[in-house]
Design a protein around this ligand. Structure first.
Ligand code: FES
Length: 83
């Protein structure tokens, strides 16, 4: 199971975390991920100046925008999707 957590704290919210969340959701509807994906919103990760901050499994990824979601998804979820 791949865990994706997206910071929806106020700073990240202003930088578009909801768009990031929506972009992940749309991809998850399109692709079947073996083992499944747990997508959730997260509180402030303490790195507000680097938002949007997301976490995929235990890796923190900063400066995410919705345009980057597709590449991240390819790289971290489709290819790196260990269970
Ligand atoms: S609001 Fe996202 S890291 Fe603080």
């Amino acid at each position: 199971m791949v865990k994706i957590a997206i910071c929806v704290g106020s700073a990240c919210h202003l930088k578009g975390s909801h768009g990031v969340l929506a972009a992940f959701r749309a991809l998850l509807e399109k692709y079947q991920i073996p083992g499944g994906v747990d997508l959730e919103g997260n509180f402030c990760q303490g790195r507000c100046t680097e938002g949007v901050v997301i976490r995929i499994n235990d890796e923190i990824i900063t400066n995410v925008s919705k345009d980057k979601v597709y590449n991240l998804f390819q790289e971290k979820v489709l290819k790196g999707g260990t269970s």
